[in-house]
Design a protein around this ligand. Structure first.
Ligand code: ADP
Ligand code: ZN
Length: 612
C-alpha cells in the first residue's frame, strides 16, 4: 500500500543501494511528494543529485518508473550504473534490436523492472502509449525538462507533446527535472507540461567547486596551453570551439604538444564521434575538443575542466557547458578566452537571421548579458547568481576577479580618441587599421586614404597595439562602438558614443591582463594530490577500477567515483564492514568489489601495519 511508503524506507534504500549516508538538499521532500502521488518540479544544479529524486520512489512505488530523456547516448551508462547498484533498470530506444526490445517489454509486462528509460519520440508512439496504458506505472520522470522551452538552447519538438502524459495517465505522479534555472524557462516548463499542481523545488544554481576565469587575450590557444599545463596537466576535460575547423586545428595542436586530444563535431562520421566519446568516457585524461554538439548528456563525473576558446551565445549556454565540469563536487575549472571576432560573428548572425523580431531581441539581450559577464571586473559568481534571479551573496573568492582583481582606469579620454579615429576615417575600417592609424604606422593603405594627414594619426602612441585592440574590444562590448553587419569588420559609432564624445559620460576600462606565468608545483585548482605511498595506492585503485570497468564494458566511474577512491585512500579500510561506510559503496558494489579493493589497500599498507 502506498500509504505505507515512508521516507525512512527511502533513507534505507539510499544507504543500502547507493551507499550514501544522508539526503542532500531537499531530495527527501521531493521523494516524499512522489511517494504520496504528487507532482514535483526540481531545479537543481548539475551534480546536485537529481536522479535519486525519481530513482528511489520508482523503486518503492508499485510498477515501473518511466524516465523520459532526450539523451539516448547516455541511457546505457545510466542503466549500467543502476544495475551496478543492483537496481532493475533498462532502456528503450532506437539503438536496441527487435529481440532486445521484446525482452525489455517482457520484463515490464512481468513486473520485473523498477526503471525504464525511454526516448521521447519512442514514448509518444501510439503503440508505446497504449502498451504503457496496460501497465502499472510508478511515476513519470521528465529529465532535461528545459527542452520544452522554445527559446531555450536545447528545444525538442517532441517535448511539447509530453503533456499527453498528464492527459492519459492522470493518476500517475510526474516529476520534471532540469539544471537550467532562469525564471522564464521555469514558467514555460510548468505551463507546457501542465505541472500547475506540482511542488516546485528550486535550489541555488551555484557550483562552488568550479573556478571561473574569463580573459580576452589575443592568443587564446597559448593561454589555454598555459592553463592546462599549470592547472590540469593530466586531467580529462572539454575544450569548446565555435567552428569545426577550429576544433580540428586545436585538437591537432594539443596532440602535437603531447595531450591526448580528440576532435568532436557534427562533420565527423557517427562512428568517429562515438569512438571519441567512448574514449573520453572510458579512459583517463582524454581531452575532447568540440563544437557545442558535444556534451549534452555527458554524465562523466570527473571532467576536471571545461575550456571555451570562443564566446558562448548566452549565459545559459555558458553555464550549462561549464556545468559539465566537476559533477563529483571536486575542484574543477571553467576557463574561457574570447575575442572580438566572435562578438562580431554572433551579432552578424543575429542581424541576418530570418527569425522573428521578438526572438531576435531575446537572443540579442542574452548575448549582451554574456558579453557583460566577460567584461565584468568584479566577482563572476555573484553576477551569474544574480542573472539567474538568486541572491548574489558575498564575493566568492574562487573566480579570477576575486583571486586577482583586474586593474581599472578612467578610459574616457582614450575612448574619445578611439571613437574620433573611427569617425574621422569614415566608419568603414576594422580594428587593425584603426590601431595602425592611432599608433601612426607608416603603410601604403593609410597613405592612399590620406589618413596620415589626420590629427588622430599617431595620437595614441602611449598605448601598444595589443592594448589598443583590447580597448576597442571593450568599447564594442560596452556598446560604445558597434561592428557593421554589412561590412564584415568595420567599426561604427553608436548612440552611446556621443555622450562620451561630448564629455557627458565617463568610461571605466580594464587594463590588459598579462598572462600569469606557468606555476611550478602544486596547482591551485587540482584536488589535493596524494603523497608517497598514498599516491601509489591511488594509482593502483584507479588501475583496478579501469580493469573492472573494461571487463564489463562500462565507464570506470560506473564502478566507483573518484570521491569513493579518494575515501579509500584516506581511510584505508581493513574489513568489509569499514568499507561499507564509505560514500558510494552500497550493498551490491560491496559484494561485487569489496574484496578486490580491500586487497589493493592491504598491498599498499606500510610494513609495520602489515606485520602488526
Ligand atoms: P544531477 O542529475 O543533478 O546532475 P546526479 O543525480 O547525477 O546529479 O548526482 C550527482 C552525483 O551526486 C552522483 O555521483 C550521485 O551519486 C551523488 N549523489 C546524489 N545524491 C547524493 C547524496 N544524497 N549523498 C551523496 N551523494 C549523492
Ligand atoms: Zn568571485
Amino acid at each position: 500500500m502506498e500509504s505505507l511508503l515512508s521516507t525512512d524506507d527511502a533513507l534505507r534504500l539510499l544507504r543500502t543501494v547507493f551507499g550514501h549516508s544522508a539526503f542532500r538538499l531537499r531530495q527527501d521532500e521531493v521523494i516524499a511528494d512522489l511517494l504520496a502521488g504528487r507532482d514535483a518540479m526540481v531545479l537543481m544544479p548539475t551534480g546536485g543529485g537529481k536522479s535519486l529524486c525519481y530513482q528511489i520512489p520508482a523503486m518503492m512505488r508499485a510498477g515501473v518508473g518511466i524516465v523520459v530523456s532526450p539523451l539516448i547516448a547516455l541511457m546505457k551508462d545510466q542503466v549500467d550504473a543502476l544495475r551496478q547498484c543492483g537496481v532493475r533498470a533498462a532502456c528503450l530506444n532506437s539503438t536496441l534490436d527487435f529481440e532486445e526490445v521484446r525482452s525489455v517489454e517482457a520484463a515490464v509486462n512481468g513486473g520485473r523492472l523498477d526503471l525504464l528509460y525511454v526516448a521521447p519520440e519512442r514514448l509518444l508512439q501510439e503503440r508505446t502509449l497504449e502498451w504503457l496504458g496496460r501497465q502499472t506505472i510508478a511515476l513519470f520522470a521528465i529529465d532535461e525538462a528545459h527542452c520544452v522551452s522554445r527559446w531555450g538552447h536545447d528545444f525538442r519538438e517532441e517535448y511539447l507533446q509530453l503533456s499527453v502524459l498528464h492527459e492519459r495517465f492522470s493518476s500517475v505522479p510526474r516529476i520534471a527535472l532540469t539544471a537550467t534555472a532562469d525564471q522564464a524557462t521555469r514558467r514555460e516548463i510548468i505551463t507546457r507540461l501542465q505541472l500547475d499542481e506540482a511542488n516546485v523545488y528550486v535550489h541555488g544554481c551555484d557550483r562552488p567547486n568550479i573556478r571561473y576565469a574569463i580573459s580576452d587575450d589575443e592568443n587564446g590557444r597559448e593561454r589555454l596551453w598555459r592553463f592546462l599545463q599549470s592547472e590540469h596537466p593530466a586531467d580529462a576535460g572539454i575544450v569548446y570551439c565555435l567552428s569545426r575547423k577550429k576544433v580540428e586545428e586545436t585538437a591537432e595542436w594539443l596532440r602535437a604538444r603531447g595531450r591526448d586530444a580528440l576532435p568532436y563535431h557534427a562533420g565527423l562520421s557517427d562512428h568517429t564521434r562515438r569512438r571519441h566519446q567512448e574514449r573520453f568516457l572510458r579512459e583517463e585524461g582524454v581531452v575532447i575538443v568540440a563544437t557545442i554538439a558535444f556534451g549534452m548528456g555527458i554524465d562523466k563525473p570527473d571532467v576536471r575542466f571545461v575550456a571555451h576558446l570562443s564566446l558562448p551565445k548566452s549565459i545559459e549556454a555558458y553555464y550549462q557547458e561549464t556545468g559539465r565540469a566537476g559533477r563529483d563536487g571536486l575542484p574543477s575549472s571553467a576557463w574561457m578566452n574570447y575575442g572580438l571576432k566572435e562578438v562580431v560573428i554572433f551579432r552578424q548572425w543575429l542581424a541576418e537571421s530570418e527569425a522573428d523580431e521578438a526572438y531576435k531581441r531575446v537572443e540579442h539581450q542574452k548575448l549582451e548579458a554574456m558579453i557583460g559577464l566577460c567584461e565584468l571586473p568584479t566577482c563572476r559568481r555573484r553576477a551569474i547568481r544574480a542573472y539567474f534571479g538568486e541572491e548574489p551573496g558575498e564575493d566568492c573568492g574562487n573566480c579570477d576577479n576575486c583571486l586577482n582583481p583586474p586593474q581599472t582606469w578612467d578610459g574616457t579620454e582614450t575612448a574619445r580618441t578611439a571613437m574620433t579615429c573611427v569617425s574621422r576615417t569614415g566608419e568603414r575600417f576594422g580594428v587593425n587599421y584603426l590601431v595602425d592609424v592611432l599608433i601612426g604606422k607608416d603603410h601604403a593603405r593609410i597613405r592612399d586614404w590620406r589618413h596620415d594627414r589626420l590629427e588622430v594619426f599617431g595620437s595614441g602612441v602611449e598605448h601598444s597595439a595589443p592594448e589598443w585592440r583590447s580597448i576597442f574590444r571593450q568599447l564594442v562590448a560596452q556598446g560604445c562602438l558597434r561592428v557593421d553587419a554589412d561590412r564584415f569588420d568595420a567599426l561604427r559609432l553608436t548612440d552611446q558614443s556621443f555622450p562620451v564624445l561630448r564629455g557627458e559620460r565617463s568610461l571605466t576600462l580594464r587594463r590588459l591582463r598579462r598572462a600569469a606565468p606557468v606555476k611550478k608545483g602544486k596547482s591551485a585548482v587540482a584536488a589535493t594530490p596524494f603523497a608517497g605511498t598514498d599516491e601509489a595506492l591511488w594509482q593502483a585503485l584507479r588501475r583496478t577500477r579501469t580493469a573492472l570497468a573494461k571487463e564489463q564494458g562500462v565507464p570506470p566511474y560506473v564502478v566507483f567515483h573518484d570521491t569513493t577512491l579518494r575515501e579509500l585512500v584516506r581511510l584505508k579500510p581493513a574489513r568489509l564492514a569499514d568499507m561499507e561506510r564509505i560514500q558510494g559503496v552500497g550493498e551490491s558494489k560491496l559484494r561485487k568489489y569489496g574484496e578486490v579493493f580491500l586487497r589493493v589497500v592491504r598491498e599498499h599498507m606500510p610494513a609495520e601495519r602489515n606485520s602488526g
